[in-house]
Design a protein around this ligand. Structure first.
Ligand SMILES: [Zn+2]
Length: 400
């Protein structure tokens, strides 16, 4: 099982310059190859006798010309351009498989990263050895033991991080879940998650609490003269603040998902239409701030680690409007209505807890029916993704 540990680096000034240069080389190689790819493909369209572009051919071409045309590339590790072209190849195969859009050019300041293959770096205690640079201090030790696969070194705001991917033996790293059975998780805006047991997780609402400062810093940046030193400083401050908001949000989500997956085996969640919900102008910011998609992603991979399963319930299943006691379904329930009384059996329901109980029951019935061979049609047992699908997803999260 592949797991990634994202560790903050503690480089000195010389090392920071070198890391930035390596990231620049990776970006240049990526953009060069993307441009070449387009040109070669145009040529192929005109004359089908010419070869179609491939990542291997582009890698060879760059290797052949870099000594003469881009000698500055040799100052940093050869992994930087090589792995960037490899990643472009992956981006194209995702594009051809309709999993992603056409690859975009990388942008300075946003995509400052480069990847090292496992034969090109070493990790020892709290240090990582980057070729042509030497040992760089890390803020903590690598948490996992196993075969090291690769490392991606990237800049977030003005800090550098190494996210090191390790092939960990199955389930060797954490105890199985306590197995308190099944649970339903209802996601909401005012309360991040409500469990069918009645517990609630508020979530940190990172953006809401930092919005004022975010506004002030953004305004300060927009007032600075373009190209001035003060603008650079203001930009750095704003970047740090954005990174802080993201960190608070991630921390909150990790706490919730670790708690749930450690305790429960079967987890029922709703398949939320986040894209559609965000179109609601009043709630969009609150919804985005919660990070529902990330929450589900974490639940899925953490459940797999603990030997549990996540059951995704169809988004059209009326979990809020169905009475969890007698199964009666009411016609209308406004978003503001936090409690309601069932006309058939007289039970008063808390909106979120009732929904969570319904999700739990659906999850249980789907796992039973999966064994019996008869599905309800509303439940799709979600195949849990492997913990790492692509490089992007590991860069964002540090797993715990
Ligand atoms: Zn009822």
């Amino acid at each position: 099982m592949l797991m990634a540990h994202k560790i903050r680096l503690d480089p000195n000034n010389v090392q920071v310059t070198h890391l930035a240069r390596a990231a620049g080389v990776a970006r240049f190689a990526y953009n060069w190859a993307l441009n070449e790819w387009g040109c070669l493909y145009q040529a192929y369209l005109v004359d089908p006798a010419l070869p179609k572009p491939t990542e291997a051919a582009l890698g060879r071409k760059l290797n052949a010309i870099k000594r003469i045309e881009f000698p500055w590339m040799l100052e940093v590790t050869k992994c930087a351009p090589q792995m960037a072209i490899l990643q472009l190849g992956r981006a194209f195969s995702n594009f051809f498989a309709h999993r992603a859009r056409y690859p975009k050019f990388r942008c300075k300041g946003r995509d400052d990263r480069f990847t090292l293959s496992n034969d090109q770096f070493q990790v020892k205690d709290k240090r990582i050895r980057v070729p042509k640079l030497g040992w760089v201090r890390m803020c903590e030790r690598l948490r996992f033991t196993g075969r090291i696969v690769s490392a991606c070194i990237r800049r977030v705001a003005d800090h550098w991080y190494a996210s090191i991917t390790v092939d960990v033996p199955e389930r060797a790293h954490r105890p199985p879940s306590e197995n308190q059975g099944a649970v339903g998780v209802d996601l909401g805006v005012s309360r991040l998650a409500t469990l069918s047991t009645g517990e609630t997780f508020t979530g940190p609402k990172a953006l809401r609490h930092s919005l004022q400062r975010l506004r002030r810093l953004s305004k300060a940046l927009s007032r600075k003269v373009k190209g001035s030193r003060n603008r650079v400083k203001a930009k750095r401050k704003l970047g740090r603040h954005h990174a802080r908001i993201a960190a608070i949000r991630h921390d909150g989500l990790h706490r919730v998902t670790t708690n749930i997956t450690r305790r429960f085996h079967t987890i029922g969640v709703e398949d939320l239409n986040v894209k559609g919900m965000v179109k609601n102008g009043r709630l969009s910011r609150a919804i985005v701030d919660m990070g529902f998609a990330e929450l589900r992603r974490q639940l899925e991979y953490k459940a797999e680690w603990c030997g549990g399963q996540v059951v995704v319930i169809d988004r059209w299943y009326p979990s809020s409007k169905t009475c969890s006691c007698c199964g009666t379904r009411i016609d209308t329930l406004y978003l503001a209505q936090r409690q309601w009384c069932c006309a058939a059996c007289g039970t008063t329901h808390d909106r979120d807890i009732n929904a969570a109980i319904n999700l739990r029951d659906m999850a249980v019935s789907s796992t039973v029916s999966a064994c019996g061979g008869e599905g309800t049609g509303l439940v799709s047992e979600h195949k849990v993704k492997p913990a790492l699908v692509k490089q992007e997803s590991i860069g964002k999260a540090s797993f715990r």
